[in-house]
Design a protein around this ligand. Structure first.
Ligand code: CA
Length: 335
């Protein structure tokens, strides 16, 4: 819907040839800046015929492998390496990214819960609406980097979803394998309504995301996975010159909601298993101690299935209802 009116204006041509760095310019009148704008960085690289890839980071503002890998890519990619087009938005929820927070400090918007957005909505809804109606329709391949953020930490994995369209699912799985993270996950979402993932998949796009570490920071190891993986993804799409570099990956699956271990009390977390360790159903993965008094019996939280600890609560203290751990099944027969 090219005629869908958005308040966002790109400062660069999304269609012309070559490398262009600019902004998605979104009016944001506020106390500090009457008649001001949010200036969301964007890079577009085009060269001749070929597919379009849309690459994003900081859908959640406290997840850093994506913005780092994409700032690096935007700074070094040359048009002659490309066949088709790459659109790079390193920080999708730009206000959240500037604040170092998961959600927007302007309107509380969680970018991955508000799709398709609204052109006449809040700042976060306007950004979502622009992706829904102006950027996603341009793309054949869509990649959205996530990490655990300040409250979670994950094994480094690339992820796709089970889809009704099995041919589309196979294309997504092939692209996930090409990204070639140390772990590859068929991801079960707790709450898929309003997700960018769901919006892209509903349009028939090849969509891959990640969870690469977390804790509100990044490591040289997870950044290297992100940089190598996104180059592999673009090579797989036929957009970037060069061969896909494939190393080993462990295939994981989240078969049902028993994967999630949720705290039922607040307290002090004692991890009993670390990320990547094998666990058996019924095994205690963490204990939660009282923060109020001594002599209390700690709560014990157990794995709901056999597998590997793939995610964990990151801060030392936890609240009731917080995600304490994620156990994923290892898929042995995957090649
Ligand atoms: Ca995230």
């Amino acid at each position: 819907m090219a005629d869908h009116a958005s308040p966002i204006t790109p400062t660069i041509d999304l269609d012309g040839e070559g490398v262009r760095h600019g902004f998605l310019k979104l009016p944001h009148s506020r106390d500090e800046s009457a008649w001001g704008h949010l200036m969301i960085p964007i890079t577009v690289v085009s060269n001749g015929d070929g597919p379009t890839a849309l690459l994003t980071g900081a859908n959640h503002g406290d997840e850093y492998e994506g913005p780092i890998a994409l700032m690096d890519l935007a700074g070094r990619i040359r048009a002659e390496e490309v066949s088709g087009r790459v659109i790079i938005v390193p920080a999708m929820n730009y206000p959240a990214y500037l604040a170092g927070k998961r959600t927007s400090p302007i309107d509380g918007g969680n970018m991955n819960r508000i799709f398709p957005g609204r052109a006449d909505g809040t700042i976060s809804e306007k950004i979502a609406d622009y992706f829904q109606h102006h950027l996603l329709p341009l793309a054949d391949y869509v990649f959205d980097f996530h990490s655990g953020g300040k409250t979670l930490e994950f094994l480094p994995f690339a992820a796709t979803h089970v889809l009704e369209d099995k041919a589309q699912e196979a294309r997504c799985v092939a692209a996930m394998k090409a990204f070639n993270a140390p772990y590859s996950m068929m991801l079960l979402e707790i709450d898929s309504v309003g997700m960018y993932d769901t919006a892209a998949e509903a349009m028939g796009k090849v969509f891959v995301s990640t969870e690469l570490g977390g804790g509100g920071s990044a490591t040289s190891r997870t950044i290297a996975i992100a940089k190598r993986g996104i180059a592999n993804f673009l090579r797989h799409a036929g957009i970037l010159k060069g061969e896909v570099e494939i190393g080993p990956t462990v295939h994981l699956d989240m078969p049902d909601a028993s994967c999630f271990v949720t705290a039922e009390q607040g307290g002090l977390v004692e991890p009993c298993v670390d990320l990547g360790e094998a666990v058996r159903v019924g095994q205690v993965i963490a204990r939660v101690h009282s923060i109020e008094r001594t002599g209390q019996v700690p709560g014990e939280y157990k794995a709901g299935l056999d597998g590997v600890l793939a995610g964990r609560h990151f801060p030392g203290l936890i609240g009731p209802g917080d995600c304490l751990g994620v156990v994923a099944a290892i898929v042995e027969d995957e090649v």
